[in-house]
Unconditional design. Structure first.
Length: 127
């Protein structure tokens, strides 16, 4: 083979390798909103309650609620479990809230908004 033909083969091989390596590396993600639902006669939604989201591989995503009691996540599609355990203090009461919501399906074509009911216990603070 002559030198010119060798360069042509090398150029073709390089183009083939570069074409084979071009792929889309973007991961598809979805948004999920978890609305904490507090028991009646307890407290109004508040900012700062911790919400954890766990997938089947045990990856954990954490966010805090806004003033309306909503935590927002951006996660890959999948099946998740949301949980929250929070102590909230007022002047007269110590509230303890716990909640779990399982089998949350997150996909690009679903609503991706869930309500999570919380259980409550409370203790009076003596001044």
């Amino acid at each position: 083979m002559n030198r010119k033909m060798t360069y042509c083969w090398l150029a073709a091989l390089a183009a083939l390798l570069l074409a084979a390596c071009s792929y889309d590396e973007e991961m598809e993600v979805c948004t999920l909103q978890v609305q904490l639902v507090y028991p009646e006669d307890s407290v109004d939604p508040y900012a700062g309650a911790r919400v954890e989201l766990r997938d089947a591989k045990a990856s954990v995503f954490v966010d805090s609620t806004d003033a309306q009691g909503v935590a927002r996540f951006t996660v890959p599609p999948g099946i998740y479990e949301a949980s929250s355990s929070e102590v909230h203090l007022t002047y007269d009461w110590r509230y303890i809230f716990n909640g779990v919501r399982s089998l949350i399906v997150v996909s690009p074509d679903s609503a991706n908004r869930v309500d999570m009911a919380l259980k409550m216990s409370r203790k009076r603070i003596v001044h």
